[in-house]
Write a protein that binds this ligand. Structure first.
Ligand SMILES: [Zn+2]
Length: 659
């Protein structure tokens, strides 16, 4: 960034300073989770000697210690609080925040945690749900408590969309809309000259309840992006929706039961809106249920955070709340064994625990029924197993379930597909891309595509693997306002008088780079100033290249030098007008010294010795005032070449000077 400087400052070059400063030239990234994997997002990033943790998630595919990130990787010396400058949580999904209370309350981290307001409101509900299932139903020990969740949430600092928050003097965060789920955000983190964007999970296409992700053209050194659908280009949303509705309808019409495992918030709301509209339209009577309590809670959050939803919902909210469903009723566990058709939305989305799994176990043996998986399933979950075609599922307690029901997968999960990921890369123009939150093979494919087709370096580290991404150091330089102004003016002059008529062409700025003295511990300050100023400050006389030529003006018998000078000046002035220039635009030569410039207004246009001054150039007549002709001596400096040419042209056009 160029800023005009105070030209009166003393300038003294001290080159040593440049080398005494520790300029960290790379950004380090270590995934503790989500490295060549989906689940347990936790990415440690070091930029400009600051350590940031993006997300702190759990893995739904594991029951053992692998479910949480291994925080030993972070530092072997001292506490996490000393090492980590801040933790940033992208959204409320447990694979992005599920390990947060464990890290802050059990391992011990007291530093700042940033997230958006909806995330802060919804995350504790999902964390509590997760805790209850793990501790009360599965009997897991060494787990965080309800109090831990509350204490953890007290450490959270909320951040608004497009708001820049300073973690401390040299570390700032800006937050952008990510679509995906209510409150999901992407984060742009800057420190010193380095910057990183972390996408979390995002969606580039708006859906029935949320808008699409958007980010500034912020040109970060590194973009860390999710790549769940790295190899997929999804078909049109309308087709997918129609397909979904047809499958549901077919099943209930032949008396079957439809199970739709969902996350509590997100796809659930979208699919509810879809079914509600269809039921109304088709006048269907088959009951639709949603796991008790959740609809109401969810609706309240959408009401509270209406600004985070999409335009249509915001608009219609005044007359009708899109989440007040007429056909969708609260579900009770006792309905599981009810006879006849029904549609049930139940959590969790990957059938790894809870009510959705309980219903699945009951309904799976009947070929009349169908389970529709509307989102991605992490490896190891029951959801992933049945999608892979498993016909028998064995559980820990030796219970075996035969899967005879139809299993359908329909990608309604709000992740960007490969087209969307590329769209985001084009949107923010990063220097490097790093893929996380995807399967290894799919990542490889997208990595190659990004490198070959976009010419951008791309990385895909595995968990625990550190990549170092070199960044260029740029030295910020101030430019004096006078120099900028003068250079711009001479560009303007070149445009109108000179041969260069391309206004968009890069123009060269001539100046002298000086490094100013600061304290040794501080980086030096660089400035570009007019060369003459630098020379004056340093006590150096400027060496100028002067061009001269002599032209003969004929038929001047009866005229004095003063009179001839007036003719010359008149001719020059009309030449200036002819070219459509102002007198001012001619006094621009860079060869002028500062004192020349200051004196410009006081220099007479015709001096006492009849010398004609035009800016920094002049025309001097032969002192001998006799004879039929007078020799005119024209002088200009190399920087004033165009003006010099104009003078020569003007003089050679004078044939019969007369007053
Ligand atoms: Zn997510």
């Amino acid at each position: 960034m160029m800023t005009p400087m105070d030209t009166g400052q003393s300038l003294q070059p001290i080159a040593e300073n440049l080398y005494t400063n520790d300029l960290s030239t790379s950004i380090k990234v270590t995934p503790l989770g989500a490295g060549q994997d989906v689940g347990r997002s936790c990415i440690l990033v070091t930029l400009n000697n600051k350590n940031i943790m993006f997300d702190c998630g759990m893995h739904m595919g594991y029951q053992d210690e692998r479910k949480f990130p291994d925080f030993c990787y972070v530092t072997t010396m001292g506490s996490l609080t000393e090492y980590i400058d801040c933790v940033i949580i992208s959204h409320f999904h447990l694979d992005h925040c599920g390990a947060l209370p464990y890290m802050s309350e059990m391992i011990g981290y007291n530093g700042p945690i940033y997230m958006t307001q909806p995330t802060k409101a919804i995350a504790p509900i999902l964390l509590e749900d997760f805790r209850r299932i793990s501790v009360e139903r599965k009997g897991e020990a060494n787990f965080f408590t309800s109090q831990n969740i509350k204490d953890c949430m007290r450490k959270v600092i909320t951040i608004n969309l497009h708001q820049t928050t300073k973690v401390h003097e040299d570390l700032e965060i800006k937050c952008y809309y990510a679509g995906h789920v209510l409150g999901a955000a992407m984060f742009h983190v800057k420190s010193g000259q380095q910057s990183v964007v972390y996408t979390g999970d995002f969606n580039m296409t708006p859906d029935r309840h949320l808008g699409s992700a958007w980010i500034d053209k912020c040109r970060p050194n590194l973009l860390i992006t999710e790549s769940t659908y790295a190899t997929t280009i999804r078909d049109s949303k309308r087709l997918r929706e129609r397909d979904f509705l047809m499958k549901v309808r077919e099943c209930v019409e032949r008396g079957g039961k439809v199970l739709i495992p969902v996350f509590a918030l997100g796809r659930a709301q979208e699919l509810c809106i879809l079914l509600e509209t269809f039921w109304e339209h088709m006048n269907m009577k088959v009951p639709i249920y949603f796991a008790a309590g959740l609809t109401e809670k969810a609706t309240n959050y959408y009401k509270m955070f209406i600004t985070w939803t999409n335009e249509k919902i915001k608009e219609t909210f005044v007359e009708r709340n899109m989440f007040d469903f007429k056909h969708i009723k609260a579900f009770d566990r006792s309905y599981i064994d009810n006879p006849g058709p029904m549609v049930v939305f139940a959590t969790p989305g990957m059938l790894h625990a809870g009510l959705s799994l309980q219903i699945f176990k009951k309904w799976a043996p009947s070929p009349q029924n169908i389970v529709i998986m509307p989102g991605y399933c992490v490896a190891g979950t029951v959801g992933a197993k049945i999608l892979a075609g498993a016909k028998r599922i064995e559980f820990e307690n030796k219970q075996v379930v035969e899967v005879n029901m139809k299993v359908e997968y329909m990608s309604f999960s709000a992740h960007a597909d490969s087209k969307g990921i590329i769209e985001l890369i084009n949107m923010c123009e990063p220097q490097n891309v790093l893929l996380v939150h995807g399967e290894a093979l799919k990542m490889k494919y997208l990595k190659t595509k990004i490198q070959q087709e976009m010419g951008i370096n791309c990385y895909d580290p595995a968990n625990g693997e550190t990549v170092e991404i070199p960044t260029e150091i740029s030295v910020p330089v101030d430019v004096s306002g006078t120099l900028l102004k003068n250079s711009l003016e001479s560009c303007q002059y070149e445009l109108t008088v000179g041969s260069d008529h391309d206004s968009k062409k890069v123009k060269i700025l001539h100046g002298t780079l000086v490094m100013s003295a600061t304290a040794l511990s501080q980086p030096p300050i660089f400035k570009i100033v007019p060369p003459e100023l630098a020379m004056e400050e340093a006590g150096i006389r400027q060496h100028k290249i002067k061009y001269t030529t002599t032209l003969r003006i004929k038929n001047v018998e009866s005229l004095s030098n003063r009179q001839i000078s007036e003719v010359i000046l008149k001719r020059i002035d009309s030449k200036i007008k002819e070219k459509g220039l102002s007198d001012n635009s001619l006094t621009l030569g860079n060869a002028m010294t500062v004192s020349d410039r200051l004196n410009l207004d006081t220099v007479p246009r015709i001096a006492s010795d009849s010398r004609v001054n035009v800016g920094n150039c002049y025309v001097q007549l032969d002192q001998q005032e006799t004879g039929n002709y007078r020799d005119a001596y024209v002088a200009w400096y190399d920087q004033d070449e165009a003006l010099g040419n104009l003078l020569v042209e003007a003089l050679s056009e004078i044939e019969n000077p007369s007053i």
